[in-house]
Design a protein around this ligand. Structure first.
Ligand code: DAH
Length: 330
């Protein structure tokens, strides 16, 4: 009867398992304990020299050892793998259950929220959204909107041009979208057009060279100045609530006749203009290919000003400085 002690081999195998540091170590251990040159294989070779009774008995002993080693190896390998993946997930910080948006506190900018809210207020009474490019032609920004050649808004001191011929510019107003929309759509029209506009303005508390507007346009049979006033009253009440004091005063815009402005009482009894409006001038209808006796009204709202009044913000620059202490408040 050979002298090899299978318990000792198994104990040595268990000790080796404790040293495992990487998945490849399991292959080495397998080779060492079950491979061609392992003790087990050597012993198997010597079986042929035994008589039948001893061969059977010893053969079974060796087979049990081999089975035990194989199953323990599999078991430990599975455990090691799952530990390995859990650890590498932790290292990667790759937790798919994390709601990054919520946990990082990211959210829309206050101006985006205000624009969305204004759009929703008008959507509730049947308006849809229309958009246009920020780089525009002078024709869409001025000519089509009935702005005479001599109008000061066309000066380079007021408008940021993109070429020397003064034919291309950064739009100074979202009113350009009125023009584009009417060129491509027949009445009835009920649209709002939120977007960014540019002027060569100095930064002060209420002016910035880049800001946001929401244009509105309604063209339909029998629309009157009362419809315009009613629509804007509805909007101002929905946005600010019923208690805010507002003022509706006559004004001049080249593209509307008559024209008006809405002012809202701000800080220390000051009035701040939040929008311009009026009945669309027949010349505008002519330029976009509508009948000149079409009826409609238009308005342009300053988004920053809406936010400043609602939240008591005293300088427009706060919107663009991206100071998280400011942004996180909304
Ligand atoms: N575009 C004007 C501005 O930027 C605002 C405005 C006034 C828009 C009257 C209109 C309007 O549609 O009818 O100051």
């Amino acid at each position: 009867m050979p002298e090899v002690n299978t318990d000792k081999i198994f104990a040595a195998f268990l000790l080796r398992l404790e040293e495992v540091a990487k998945i490849e170590d399991f292959d080495d251990i397998e080779k060492e304990f079950l491979g061609k040159n392992s003790l087990l294989s050597e012993e198997r070779k010597s079986l042929s020299s035994l008589n039948e009774v001893s061969r059977k008995k010893y053969g079974k002993l060796l087979q049990d050892l081999s089975n035990n080693i194989t199953s323990k190896l599999d078991e430990e390998k599975t455990k090691f793998k799952s530990k390995f993946f859990i650890q590498s997930e932790l290292n990667d910080n790759n937790d798919i259950s994390i709601d990054w948006y919520k946990n990082l506190g990211s959210k829309n900018h206050v101006l985006t929220n205000v624009m969305n809210e204004v759009v929703d207020i008008f959507a509730a009474i049947g308006y849809t959204v229309s958009t246009g490019p920020e780089a525009e032609t002078s024709w869409h920004n001025f000519d089509a909107l009935n702005t005479p050649d001599w109008h000061p808004a066309r000066y380079e001191s007021d408008t940021l041009y993109l070429d020397n011929k003064l034919e291309k510019l950064l739009r100074t107003q979202t009113s350009t979208v009125q023009v584009r929309h009417m060129q491509n759509n027949k009445p009835p029209v009920y649209i709002v057009a939120p977007g960014r506009v540019y002027r060569s303005d100095q930064l002060d508390a209420t002016h910035s060279p880049v800001f946001h507007q929401i244009e509105g346009l309604a063209v339909d049979e029998n629309l009157t100045f009362s419809d315009l006033k009613g629509t804007l009253e509805y909007f101002v009440k929905e946005f600010f609530g019923k208690d805010l004091k507002t003022k509706f005063i006559p004004h001049f815009f080249p593209f509307t006749e008559p024209s008006a402005e809405v002012l809202v009482s701000w800080k220390d009894g000051e009035w701040l203009e939040i929008l311009g409006c009026g009945m669309v001038d027949p010349n505008v209808f002519k330029h976009v290919g509508y009948d000149t006796d079409s009826q409609g009204f238009a308005f342009g709202v300053g988004v920053e000003r809406l936010a400043m009044i609602r939240y008591g913000i005293d300088h427009i620059k706060n919107f663009y400085e991206n100071d998280l202490r400011f942004l996180r408040q909304f």
